[in-house]
Design a protein around this ligand. Sequence first.
Ligand code: FES
Length: 91
Amino acid sequence: MSSSPEDTVHLTVDGAPLAAPAHRTVAAALQLEGEAAGWRTTRRGGERRGLFCGIGVCYDCLATVDGRRGVRTCLVEVTDGMDVRTGAGDA
Ligand code: FES
């Protein structure tokens, strides 16, 4: 199955451009970006955290999306021009 330009959206992650498949969540896009180990850190110990439950329950996947802090990225679909800030530990 081939992809077309309509199947791809362009967003930025911490200021860097990222092309991601349309209709995926922001968390999935971050994983494609190589953040599989997580894009945040725990307050104590600095352990990596990111996608965990994938269904909006654990709040491990928070980021700032288009200026909105504390967005559960596993619940939000990527859109063209979206600005994602991972802000390790304080999203
Ligand atoms: S991964 Fe658990 S709320 Fe998003």
